[in-house]
Design a protein around this ligand. Structure first.
Ligand code: LLP
Length: 413
C-alpha cells in the first residue's frame, strides 16, 4: 500500500508512522508521499499514451523544490506562473524547453527572462502582451514561440474563485477575437504562434466543460490553418478534480476519454498542466490540539496549532478536508468545530465535525492538502512557515525546514 492508510490504530505514510514524524519534526508539519505522487503522475501519463502529449506539472499546486525535482525525475515538464516559478523550475533541473510560462499578468522583467531563456512557449493572455513579446524578442533578435490563451466562455462549474474560462473572468482572449488577432500577428517577426491554450478552472469534477473547451480549441486550430497559421499543439490546461470527501469523481481514464476525441486525427499534439490531481491526495498537514473549549450554548471548539496561515483553503473556498485522528481513540464521539489559533473567526479547518473527544496534544492529520496547501501559507500573526517532510522509499527527509523568527525578521530594518 502507498500513501496514507492505517496500520492498526495508527495513520502512516508509505508505512512510516505519522506520530514519529510529528515527534521528530514538530507541528504544524506537511508530510508527502513520493510513491503516491509517482503513481498519480504515471496514471495520467498512461491514460494519454495513445496520443502525442506532454505533461507540464503546474508548479503553482506545490513547488517545494524536492517535489518539483521528484516530478522532473518522473519525466514531467513544468508549467510556471511567475518568474519565481520559472526560477524554481530551473533549480529543480527543468531545462527551458520543458517550461511553459502562463499567467494573466507577466511583467516586462518576467517576459524578458522567459524570452532570453527560450522557454517552450509563453501562453499569451492579451493582444497587448503579444505585442510586448514581439517587441522584446525583436530587440533580442530572436523569435519566441507562443500559444494563445483562449477564453472559450465555458462554465467549469467549479467554485467561482477557481473558475477561469468565462468571459466575465480576467483570463485569456475571447474565442471570437483569436482569428483576427492571429491574422494581424502574421506580420510580427518576433513571435511564432504554435499553440492554443485554455484552462477553464480547477477542481473540475464534471468533465463535460473540459471536453467542450478541447473541441472549441481544435475547431479554432482548423480555422487558423485555413488562414495560414499552423498550430502544432493544444495546451488543455489543468483542472481535473479530486475527491475530498470520498464521493466518486471521474478518474484519469475518463479525463483522457473526454479530451482525446477532440484531437484524434488532427495532427495536433497536446500539453496538459495538471497540478491538484497529482499532488493533492499525496500530502497531509499534521497538527496538534492546543485547546478544547466549550462555549456557552454548548458549542465545542477544538483549537489546533495550524490554521489559515498553514492551510487557507477551508477559509477561502469553504473547502472540505477530512480531518483524521492520527491515533484512533475510543473516547465518546462529539460534534465540534475544528479551528486554528488565529485572530479571525473564519480561521477554521473544519466545521460541524464528529470526532472522538480530543485531548490537548492529540495529533490530527488534515487530509488531501498536497496541492494549494503549503504554497498558499502566510506569515499572518507572525506565524512561521511550517516544515515539510517527504517520505520516499521508506525514509523521511525534511525538504523544507521550519522558518525561524530571525529569518522572518531578517528582511526588516
Ligand atoms: N494551468 C493553469 C493556467 C492554471 O491556472 C492552473 C491552476 C493549473 C494549470 C492547474 O490546475 P489544477 O490541475 O491544479 O486544477 N488555489 C486554488 C486553486 C487555484 C488554481 C489556479 N490555477 C485551490 O486551492 O483550490
Amino acid at each position: 500500500m502507498i500513501g496514507f492508510f492505517r496500520r492498526g490504530p495508527a495513520l502512516v505514510c508509505d508505512g512510516v508512522p505519522l506520530t514519529d514524524l510529528a515527534d521528530a519534526h514538530g507541528t504544524p508539519l506537511y508530510v508527502y508521499s513520493a510513491a503516491l505522487i509517482a503513481s498519480r503522475y504515471r496514471a495520467i501519463d498512461a491514460a494519454f499514451a495513445a496520443h502525442p502529449h506532454a505533461i507540464h506539472y503546474a508548479l503553482k499546486a506545490n513547488s517545494t523544490l524536492a517535489i518539483a525535482r521528484l516530478l522532473r525525475g518522473l519525466g514531467s515538464n513544468a508549467d510556471a506562473n511567475s518568474g519565481g516559478e520559472i526560477d524554481v523550475a530551473l533549480r529543480a533541473g527543468f531545462i527551458p524547453p520543458q517550461i511553459v510560462f502562463t499567467g494573466v499578468g507577466k511583467t516586462t522583467t518576467e517576459l524578458a527572462q522567459a524570452i532570453e531563456l527560450g522557454v517552450r512557449t509563453i501562453n499569451v493572455e492579451s493582444a497587448g502582451e503579444l505585442e510586448r513579446i514581439d517587441a522584446l524578442s525583436r530587440e533580442r533578435q530572436t523569435t519566441t514561440k507562443v500559444a494563445i490563451r483562449v477564453n472559450p466562455d465555458i462554465d467549469a462549474k467549479s467554485h467561482p474563485h477557481i473558475s477561469t474560462g468565462m468571459k466575465t473572468n480576467k483570463f485569456g482572449i475571447a474565442l471570437h477575437e483569436v482569428r483576427e488577432l492571429c491574422r494581424r500577428a502574421r506580420t510580427l517577426t518576433g513571435i511564432e504562434i504554435v499553440g492554443l491554450h485554455s484552462h477553464v478552472g480547477s477542481q473540475i469534477t464534471n468533465l463535460e466543460p473540459l471536453g467542450r473547451a478541447a473541441s472549441a480549441l481544435a475547431r479554432l486550430a482548423r480555422e487558423l490553418a485555413d488562414d495560414g497559421t499552423r498550430i502544432e499543439h493544444l495546451d488543455l490546461g489543468g483542472g481535473l478534480g479530486v475527491s475530498y470527501d470520498g464521493s466518486p469523481v471521474p478518474g484519469v481514464q475518463e479525463y483522457a476519454d473526454t479530451l482525446l476525441p477532440a484531437v484524434r486525427g488532427s495532427g495536433l499534439s497536446i500539453i496538459l498542466e495538471p497540478g491538484r490531481h497529482i499532488v493533492a491526495p499525496a500530502g497531509v498537514l499534521l497538527t496538534r490540539v492546543i485547546d478544547v473549549k466549550e462555549q456557552p450554548g454548548g458549542r465545542l471548539f477544538v483549537v489546533m496549532d495550524a490554521g489559515m496561515t498553514e492551510l487557507i483553503r477551508p477559509m477561502l473556498y469553504d473547502a472540505f478536508h477530512r480531518i483524521e485522528p492520527v491515533l484512533q481513540s475510543s473516547a465518546p464521539v462529539v460534534g465540534a468545530e475544528i479551528v486554528g489559533p488565529l485572530c479571525e473567526s473564519s480561521d477554521t479547518l473544519g466545521k460541524n465535525r464528529s470526532l472522538a473527544w480530543p485531548q490537548v496534544d492529540d495529533l490530527f492529520a488534515v487530509m488531501d492538502v498536497g496541492a494549494y496547501g503549503s504554497v498558499m501559507a502566510s506569515n499572518y500573526n507572525r506565524r512561521l512557515m511550517p516544515a515539510e517532510v517527504l517520505v520516499e522509499n521508506g525514509a523521511a527527509a525534511v525538504i523544507k525546514r521550519r522558518q525561524t523568527i530571525d529569518e522572518l525578521l531578517s528582511l526588516e530594518s
